[in-house]
Design a protein around this ligand. Structure first.
Ligand SMILES: [Zn+2]
Length: 344
């Protein structure tokens, strides 16, 4: 296993994150259905927002005028901004989740054009064409007031040797331009998995930039080949796109410090909750008469208060409370797992 499990601390202007840590994903400025107090109670230490999403709605300037990201969200803890674009080169969403799935009900954002100046994509809000440069992406995140920023990266890399080389060149150019526009020690570099796999010398290129750390898009299907040996150990390693509990535990063993987790909420929505005996389907009819909590050992508000029978009833009735309670339990569950990994 390259790397191995690590333990550390990330200092931000809005407090410290003890790592490894779960980062709750708030794409539209919210972790679906949960308030800041609830996130805290679950054990969440940091939130990640999608800069492009907030730029399209309500607008960067609006958030800034309303007092900045923390004020706007009602969250006073650490925040991480990302700039997630869909992949190009025919890899568009082949894996369903990576690199970002938009709300199922809305339009999907689509990259139309990629050149040295930046990227042109369609807005998932209204379909409008939006142009974004790597510089502007960083400036937008600074204007939002996020604690940790992420470089703009487009998931290209498929194709022949020449195409890969030009993708590396563009990526390096964008990185230099991003670093020039931000305090580099607040910046996470979004690593392009396809390029790292095909260009072994890639690590040396990026190791020379003094940045806060690296954002890695998990492939989700198998443990990614990620050789940390060429990268400075004191920098944050952030895994994105983690599909499930198993992968989350694998990423911790691979030496990741921050783990962006959407799957606990996604699972909760379809009535899938975590227990010591494995995942439980809240719609299963056997639960109708079970008067014990989801998990005897779980200390979350849901397990302290409600029975499996009640949660089953809420899901059968499609009552919104059911989704919220399942989300609170699942998020608490993953935060506890990661905390145990931290203190073990
Ligand atoms: Zn619980």
């Amino acid at each position: 296993v390259p790397g191995g499990r690590r333990r550390g601390r990330l200092q931000t202007p809005h407090g410290e994150v003890r790592t490894p840590a779960v980062v709750a994903v708030a794409p539209h400025g919210a972790v679906p259905a949960l308030s800041s107090d609830e996130l805290r109670a679950c054990g969440v230490q940091a939130l990640m927002v999608d800069t492009l999403d907030l730029a399209l709605r309500p607008g960067i300037e609006t958030v800034r005028r309303l007092g900045g990201l923390h004020h706007f969200l009602g969250w006073d803890g650490p925040t991480i901004a990302e700039c997630a674009l869909p992949t190009v080169s025919g890899q568009d969403d082949a894996s369903g989740e990576a690199p970002r799935s938009r709300r199922a009900s809305g339009q999907r954002s689509r990259v139309l054009q990629l050149d040295d100046g930046g990227v042109v994509f369609t807005s998932h809000v209204d379909g409008a064409r939006v142009r974004l440069s790597p510089e502007q992406a960083v400036l937008d995140q600074i204007a939002l007031g996020a604690d940790v920023l992420t470089t703009l990266a487009v998931g290209e890399g498929a194709g022949n040797r020449r195409a890969r080389e030009s993708a590396v060149e563009r990526w390096m150019d964008w990185l230099e331009r991003s670093v020039a526009n931000a305090e580099a020690m607040r910046l996470l570099v979004a690593l392009p998995p396809a390029l790292m796999e095909t260009q072994p010398s890639f690590h040396q290129h990026i190791a020379r930039f003094e940045v806060a750390g690296y954002l890695w898009q998990s492939s989700g299907t198998e443990a990614p080949f990620l050789d940390w040996s060429g990268l400075p150990p004191a920098r944050i390693r952030f895994a994105r796109g983690i599909p499930d509990l198993e992968d989350m535990e694998r990423e911790i063993e691979l030496g990741f410090d921050l783990l962006a987790c959407e799957f606990p909420i996604r699972d909760a929505r379809r009535g899938r909750v975590y227990t010591a005996g494995g995942p439980m389907d809240l719609l299963h009819p056997d639960l109708a008469e079970r008067f014990e909590p989801l998990d005897q050992a779980c200390a979350c508000e849901v397990c302290r208060t409600f029975t499996q029978a009640y949660l089953h009833h809420l899901f059968a009735a499609e009552e919104l409370l059911g989704y919220r309670l399942a989300a609170i339990h699942n998020l608490t569950w993953v935060c506890r797992l990661v905390r145990d990994a931290r203190t073990a």
